[in-house]
Design a protein around this ligand. Structure first.
Ligand code: TRP
Length: 450
């Protein structure tokens, strides 16, 4: 047996870690642009609805499996299995999750590396280092290779230090900072000319766009990505949560923080885009849609910061610090998944395991950086659109159908004596058995076959 497993020291520590995992590029970048190009507040409503009816129950499934089994993804699903056959299926699902999150981390590190480069660029501009600036902001393979590796190194440093001294300590420092920076940026941007048009684009619902069939798929995909579901991330954080905690409550706080920060990010990004428009920056692409993708973060917003005069570099600095924090608190949660597996399965030393896995993932990053046009979109699509929801479905099936109902209730009762007679217990088991699997499967079939 390896050294004793880690445990978060407090509810606050867990909340910061889990919401740090959930809040990432998906919230600050993905959500606002998804909303803007899909009917504004209409998308927001559909997103919130799916987040609380499908993603929250799935989040609860992972947290509860993790806390009950106190194990990594593979070990956890094996422990729940009543027969060797089901245990084998559990291993396959757990392992597929570990593989998926490893690949997600490799593309995530590349994008986070861009954020880091742009952050340093703001510092370089403040000090008038023009040559450095232009190197940092030119999209070259060498720059991307260097910064994705630097970002992985940061992730490794935090994860090496363990659950309390790494994950919890850094999440508890960085997440409050993230919220403060976000709120300050919103306050500033909303005072600028054009911001109100952005608010309108974001908050006035256009149901005609929102009713298009592909929309539910993107909203559900967005919700699953945002809550870090399906790959064992929340499972492993749940496995470090004290048995005294009331799971439905902490789970709903994580979901609320995640959706709340996504909503706030929309109050920043959309107004910022329309301020850019008012300042003469092009924010629509050739087909009339709002610029989304990388063009938004590394072209539209920097162009906006340039029009802001001397305040611009400081706003840019704050913005890219925000993006880097959001990325780092997410990437550490991804790396913890394979690390916990290797440490617990091979009795490996944590520091060594983290370093080796980090190096391996950095190599995958480099492979993607140097074959960007063939690999990047492919890896993003396979992992986030195909693998993640399917694995999420298996997690709900394990809780709903494989694990005995009484076992689930016993686990809940540990931190919530009245669980049996709660509203949660009246509704959630039905969701986990029927609603979630059927809804995810329906969306999935539509994605794969239509
Ligand atoms: N949820 C994070 C975001 O919104 C990213 C993330 C962290 C993630 N862990 C994950 C995504 C596991 C998928 C799976 O950016």
């Amino acid at each position: 047996m390896a050294a004793a497993r880690g445990e978060f020291s407090s509810r606050f520590g867990f909340l910061m870690a889990a919401s740090g995992s959930a809040v990432g590029l998906g919230n600050i970048w993905g959500f606002p642009t998804n909303a803007a190009s899909n009917g504004g507040a209409a998308f927001l409503f559909i997103y919130l609805f799916l987040a609380f009816t499908l993603a929250y129950p799935a989040l609860m499934a992972e947290l509860i499996i993790g806390r009950h089994t106190r194990s990594n993804a593979v070990g956890a699903l094996r422990k729940l299995a009543p027969t060797p056959r089901v245990a084998k299926l559990g291993s396959v699902v757990g392992f597929a999750g570990i593989l998926t999150v490893t690949l997600i981390l490799s593309f995530y590190s590349i994008v986070s590396g861009w954020m880091l480069a742009w952050l340093l660029n703001s510092l370089a501009s403040i000090f008038g280092l023009d040559a450095v600036s232009s190197w940092l902001t030119t999209d070259a393979e060498s720059r991307n290779a260097i910064f994705s590796v630097v970002f992985m190194a940061l992730t490794v440093i935090v994860i090496r230090a363990g659950v309390r001294d790494g994950i919890e300590k850094w999440a508890s420092r960085l997440m409050p900072a993230l919220i403060v920076i976000l709120v300050l940026l919103i306050g500033y941007v909303l005072t600028l000319e054009g911001a109100m048009d952005g608010l309108r684009a974001y908050l006035v619902p256009d149901f005609s766009i929102a009713m298009q069939p592909g929309l539910i798929i993107s909203a559900l995909g967005q919700a699953f990505f945002s809550l870090s579901l399906g790959v064992g991330t929340m499972l492993i954080y749940g496995s470090y949560l004290s048995s005294k905690e009331n799971l439905p409550v902490v789970g709903s706080l994580v979901a609320l923080l995640d959706t709340g920060i996504a909503f706030l990010a929309g109050l920043l990004i959309l107004p910022a885009m329309y301020v850019a428009l008012a300042n003469g920056v092009e924010i629509f692409s050739a087909d009339g849609a709002l610029v989304a993708g990388p063009g938004l973060i590394v072209a539209v917003l920097p162009a906006l910061f340039d029009t802001m005069g001397s305040a611009g570099v400081f706003v840019a600095l704050a913005f890219f610090v925000l993006m880097t924090i959001a990325s780092l608190t997410s990437s550490i949660s991804m790396l913890e998944v394979p690390v916990a597996y290797v440490v617990e399965t091979y009795d490996a030393e944590r520091g060594k395991a983290t370093l080796m896995l980090g190096a391996g993932i950095a190599l995958i990053c480099l492979l993607i950086v140097y074959n960007f046009s063939t690999l990047f979109d492919l890896v993003v699509t396979i992992t986030t659109e195909y693998s993640q929801p399917l694995l999420g479905l298996f997690f709900t099936v394990f809780v709903g159908w494989v694990w005995k109902r009484n076992g689930v209730l016993e686990e809940l009762k540990k931190g919530y004596a009245g669980a049996e007679h709660s509203l949660f217990w009246k509704i959630w088991p039905l969701y986990i058995r029927f609603v979630c699997p059927i809804a995810i499967a329906a969306v999935y079939i539509q994605l794969v076959f239509f």
